[in-house]
Design a protein around this ligand. Structure first.
Ligand SMILES: *Cc1c(COP(=O)(O)O)cnc(C)c1O
Length: 454
């Protein structure tokens, strides 16, 4: 889940939104031109007015945009034996998961907590896969208890624990082996997770020994192989290379007697983060990947996270102050790195546009920063945008994925509210954390005790 890897765009963020209405989930209302200012809409809701009601900072997700993203991917996969398992870590609100369930989309989970959320939202256990290098025994127990489609095992040590827990429960665990496909790092330097140095997965030559252990153990059922090569990948090539690389392993495991059913290609599908980035061409991706994948004779699973929710969400923040330090102009907003950490953590580019675009406002170059006491607390550096005033509400775009899920309460800042929009209506789907709830976690008069005698 690395950054956006976007070069500075050639057009301003406002121009990007004007040129591509709805690509980033939002558009400026037509017909406002004479009113002196244009309202930014998400679906049919003016975001400035919404911010007045729900306060800021607040995440807003457009469910119609999520639907469109699902439709586009489903269209690219139409006719293939394929399944979509949404990567819950991108956006784990019940509202979004519920939409996935309603649309027949499964889940890729990385914790027992995400398993509980997926099941509560009505996602069928048979559509759930469990990824991650550090699954705890109790999390494995929960996955076995629900009978999920596949535990994607990332090491021999983990496989042993899965086998032991399945034996203890009198069950047969369905597992896939997560492998690191050997693809050229030089040509694809952004595929951080799929490389040998990464902590994820096992090398290709470990597949056969692990498969043998599965075949010998009555409590293990090897159902497939899996990989996940990275994130924010626009190109079909690395996916094709991965399939080719893993195809040899499929043959090898079949020769050992494994009856594989699933081929999990992971996630990593890119979305545009700047006004001059085009969306990933999913049809070109499908045209390249489907023939090679079809040759395997396995059900193709994909695990998109960002693709399904990233452009559907915005973070609304209000301008607190404008200040000029001589060398630099700052727009200080009420959202910060604790709410959206991607700019600070990955140097990620997020478009930022006013929710009320004043006619004739001149562009100025500013840093958009938050109140947190870190120099790294910024949403944008040296960004050219229409001049804003205190009280204005800004929309930080493409914040639907890895936004709220990565939030913290650093600086004792309560977690933001989250809102879903459908047409002209909105609903709070996750309440803003209250200061009382945040403070209540502290034990104000802790009682010291000795460890029990051993
Ligand atoms: C994070 C992750 C995904 C989703 O990645 P995106 O870039 O959001 O599509 C899918 N599978 C695994 C195993 C992951 O860790």
């Amino acid at each position: 889940m690395a950054g956006s890897f976007a070069d500075k765009p050639r057009i301003s963020d406002v121009q990007g939104v004007l040129a591509h209405p709805d690509r980033f989930g939002v558009r400026y209302r037509d017909g406002d031109a004479d009113a002196g200012c244009r309202e930014l809409l998400l679906d049919a809701i003016p975001l400035g007015a919404l911010a007045d009601v729900v306060k800021t900072p607040t995440y807003v997700y457009g469910l119609a945009h999520v639907d469109r993203a699902i439709d586009d991917l489903a269209a690219a996969l139409r006719g293939a034996d394929a399944g979509i398992c949404y990567a819950v870590k991108a956006n784990d609100t019940h509202a979004v998961l519920r939409r996935m369930a309603d649309r027949g989309v499964g889940a890729d989970i990385v914790s027992g907590g995400e398993l509980a959320r997926a099941v509560r939202a009505g996602i069928a256990p048979d559509d759930i896969v469990f990824s991650g290098v550090g699954k705890r025994p109790d999390e494995i127990d929960a996955a076995l208890g629900h009978g999920i489609a596949s535990i994607n095992v990332e090491s021999g040590a983990e496989l042993a624990v899965v086998a032991a827990r399945a034996r203890a429960a009198g069950l047969r665990a369905r597992v896939s082996l997560r492998l690191n496909p050997e693809i050229s790092a030089d040509t694809h330097p952004y595929l951080a997770t799929g490389l040998a140095e990464a902590k994820f997965g096992v090398p290709l030559d470990a597949a056969a020994p692990l498969a043998k252990r599965c075949l010998e153990d009555p409590h293990l059922e090897l159902v497939g192989i899996a990989c996940h090569i990275g994130s924010q990948i626009f190109d079909a090539d690395p996916f094709v290379e991965s399939v080719r690389s893993l195809a040899r392993v499929v043959e090898e495991l079949r020769a050992l007697g494994a009856s594989l059913r699933r081929f999990d290609l992971g996630g990593g599908f890119a979305i545009p983060y700047t006004g001059d980035q085009a969306p990933m061409d999913l049809d070109a991706w499908a045209a390249a990947v489907r023939p090679v994948a079809a040759d395997l004779g396995l059900r193709l699973i994909v695990e998109p996270g960002r693709l399904l929710v990233g452009n559907a969400g915005v973070l609304l923040v209000r301008v607190l102050y404008c200040k000029d330090n001589g060398a630099r102009r700052f727009v200080v907003v009420d959202g910060a790195m604790n709410d959206l950490i991607r700019p600070s953590l990955y140097d990620a580019y997020h478009m930022i546009v006013p929710t009320r675009l004043r006619q004739g406002a001149k562009d100025v170059t500013v840093d958009v920063v938050g109140p947190v006491c870190e120099t790294g607390d910024f949403f944008a550096l040296e960004r050219s945008m229409p001049e804003v005033r205190p009280g204005d509400v800004l929309a930080v775009l493409s914040a639907g994925a890895y936004g709220a899920t990565m939030a913290s309460t650093y600086n004792t800042r309560p977690l933001s509210a989250e809102v879903v929009v459908e047409g002209e209506r909105f609903a709070v789907c996750r309440r803003r954390q209250t200061l009382e709830a945040l403070l209540a976690r502290d034990v104000v008069d802790p009682v010291f005790e000795a460890l029990p005698a051993t």
